[in-house]
Design a protein around this ligand. Structure first.
Ligand SMILES: Nc1ncnc2c1ncn2[C@@H]1O[C@H](COP(=O)(O)OP(=O)(O)OP(=O)(O)O)[C@@H](O)[C@H]1O
Ligand SMILES: [Mg+2]
Length: 248
């Protein structure tokens, strides 16, 4: 489905992504772990096309996509949600989702607001709202939505583009324990055929949802394995010593 081959990225002289290789199967839940500054977000930026690699290749369905723009990759089914909020504050939850769905369907009509009346756009909005547990908040203005709801909406915006591969950058960052449970259910409720890559700091959540885990440190893949293998791995334990792995 998605294959990364010897991917590298340097900013100035600093190599932030070093020879990263891994392969993700269709429908897989892949968690990317690593301490702050390990290069996780940079990896996602390279995958979606927001950054150009210094070297290496990215294959989607066995075809190289490194030459494609962000929107071309999105049309091939690659979509991401952000580590930080990226929402239209003055619009409602419904309108935010509708704009994402409409632009993905090539029906973006900003001035006329026609996108809010399009049948297939509205169907997508309803479906996505169910998945991200916002069906009861569709008419709420984003400005007055809780932090947790905004994080759910972030995932919703990515889902509204009907991706085949969804990249989530710390969907639970900054949310409390009860919201983490909510995200847990959200992740489990996503379509089984959807391939998901998640950067996640919450270990319990990471170990529970992951089919496989890739661990980055200083831009390099230092380990890949199942949750059980990752939990017991000495390299991983050393990297996370004092970061809660003992409790996971
Ligand atoms: N545009 C840039 N120019 C220069 N350096 C950058 C740039 N973007 C990221 N970096 C550096 O690359 C390294 C990796 O950053 P990245 O944001 O990918 O880490 P991360 O694993 O996502 O960290 P966090 O867990 O804090 O989100 C950091 O040292 C960062 O300062
Ligand atoms: Mg990051």
């Amino acid at each position: 489905m998605l294959e990364v081959k010897n991917l590298s990225k340097a900013f100035g002289g600093i190599r932030v992504t070093r020879d990263v290789s891994f392969k993700v199967e269709p429908g897989e839940r892949r968690v990317i772990l690593g301490p702050n500054g390990a290069g996780k977000t940079t990896l996602f930026n390279l995958l979606v096309g927001a950054l150009k690699p210094s070297g290496g290749d990215i294959l989607l369905d066995n075809e190289s996509i490194v030459g494609l723009s962000v929107s071309q990759r999105a049309r091939r089914g690659l979509s991401r949600s952000y580590q930080k909020n990226n929402l239209f504050e003055d619009l409602t939850v419904r309108e935010n989702l509708a704009l994402a769905a409409a632009s993905a369907q090539g029906k973006f009509a900003w001035m006329s607001r026609d996108s809010f009346r399009d049948k297939s756009v509205l169907e997508t909005v309803e479906e996505v709202a169910e998945h991200v547990a916002l069906a009861d908040h569709l008419d709420m203005q984003v400005r007055s939505a809780s932090y947790g709801s905004r994080r759910q909406l972030e995932v919703g915006l990515a889902l509204a583009t009907k991706p085949r591969v969804l990249l989530m950058d710390e969907p639970t960052s900054g949310v409390g324990p009860s919201m983490i449970d909510g995200f847990h259910r959200l992740l489990q409720g996503l379509p089984k055929e959807l391939t998901v890559l998640i950067i996640e700091h919450d270990m319990d959540l990471a170990f529970d949802v992951a089919d496989r885990i890739t661990v980055l440190n200083f831009g390099e893949v230092v380990f890949e394995g199942t949750s059980g293998e990752t939990r017991g791995n000495p390299i991983v334990r050393e990297i996370y010593l004092g970061e809660g792995l003992e409790d996971a």
